[in-house]
Design a protein around this ligand. Sequence first.
Ligand SMILES: Cc1cc2nc3c(=O)[nH]c(=O)nc-3n(C[C@H](O)[C@H](O)[C@H](O)COP(=O)(O)OP(=O)(O)OC[C@H]3O[C@@H](n4cnc5c(N)ncnc54)[C@H](O)[C@@H]3O)c2cc1C
Length: 405
Amino acid sequence: MELTSGTPFWLTQHGLPPHYPTLNHDLACDVVVLGAGISGALVADALAGAGLQVVVVDKHYPGTGSTSASTALLQYDIDVHLRDLRQRYSDADRADAALTTVYRAFRRLGAIAEELGPDAIGYQSTTSLYLASKRSEVRELALEAEARQQIGLPSHFLSEADVRTRYGIDRPGAILSDEAAQVDALRLTLALHDRAARHGTRLFERTEVVGYAADAGGVTLTTAHNFQVRARHVIVCTGYETPEWAKGIRVALKSSFAIVTEPIAAADRWPTGCHLWETARPYSYARVLPDGRVMAGGVDIPFDNATARDTLLRRRTHQLETHLHELLPRMPLRVDFRWGGTFGETADGLPFVSQHPRFPHAWFALGFGGNGIVFATLAAELIRAELVGEPTGEAPLFAFNRPGL
Ligand SMILES: Cc1cc2nc3c(=O)[nH]c(=O)nc-3n(C[C@H](O)[C@H](O)[C@H](O)COP(=O)(O)OP(=O)(O)OC[C@H]3O[C@@H](n4cnc5c(N)ncnc54)[C@H](O)[C@@H]3O)c2cc1C
């Protein structure tokens, strides 16, 4: 499946990633990571850092799947409200624990960025403004901000007047999250693969895994060219492209669209350059790149047909421009890049970081929505803890069979 349409910005900006070899022999290791996008990179980095012998294989080039299409906003605010999550689970503690784990993963990613050097990966701290699209949603936002505060998240309700005075935006209310960040998804992925390589990880590109077999001691994966990788564990980080042998494990797929404008002077943008997003579904959102370009995305549609997505690219990205213009009427908007990508989300807005009875010795790090990069960090931490024998007890929160799905 083609995961992207149009011209994903990061690939255009940086060109194809560096060359890695293709696997042309059998090998053995502790852990094989399947997929070299941001999820595979975070997992490989965490496991290699813990002293495990790691091999990463990808059927394309590292980072050129959904990761290259990502607008890479980093937030602990997930798409499902905490209050809705509490209701969905009929268990406030479970909902609170899940969101707290997401917040910790967001902060862990900040620490990783510090280690890698924020400038090298385009990482910037910012804030996030979640706007009420309709007046009838204002009360819910106020209650949601309160619920998030109760579990220690730095979120505050802003009134219509606050939103207008501070941001020059005309919306009836908002939640301001004091902590958010943004990154260059492709550079982050490559920097993590680099660091994992320094810890001994071997990465093989253009190496498709077509077969999985498990026995008491581990797994044997077979590549399309009939080489075998023997490992104690496999971590499946194939994003929205579940391998043929694991069909049946997948989330509902969508297509999401994005644009990047020409650079816009700071005085013509919204103050602070915080993330903007909204309560409307499907939502759209915006961030500012280091050179002053505005990157916006959203207007998702529930299908994953790559050809149809190509056809719809112009229409959906025009819709994005219209949304942005309506939100920020005085901001000059000239679009330089447009693209679309495959996307998926779970009913409760949280990822699958899980084992599965049909696939012994395998962990899946899948089902990522609008917070895919933070969720991948969560997956990496959780799986690392499990494999080094220090389980945190959080795995059931993100299991395939959790309640409320
Ligand atoms: C338009 C768009 C905007 C987004 N915006 C955001 C955002 O603002 N913030 C955020 O956090 N998230 C965002 N996301 C989501 C985020 O980008 C994804 O969750 C993330 O990139 C998924 O990374 P991944 O490594 O899991 O998947 P991918 O990057 O798709 O990597 C999976 C890899 O697995 C490989 N693979 C698949 N099958 C096999 C096989 N059989 N053998 C070998 N290799 C295989 C593929 O070649 C691919 O390279 C966005 C996504 C899109 C499309």
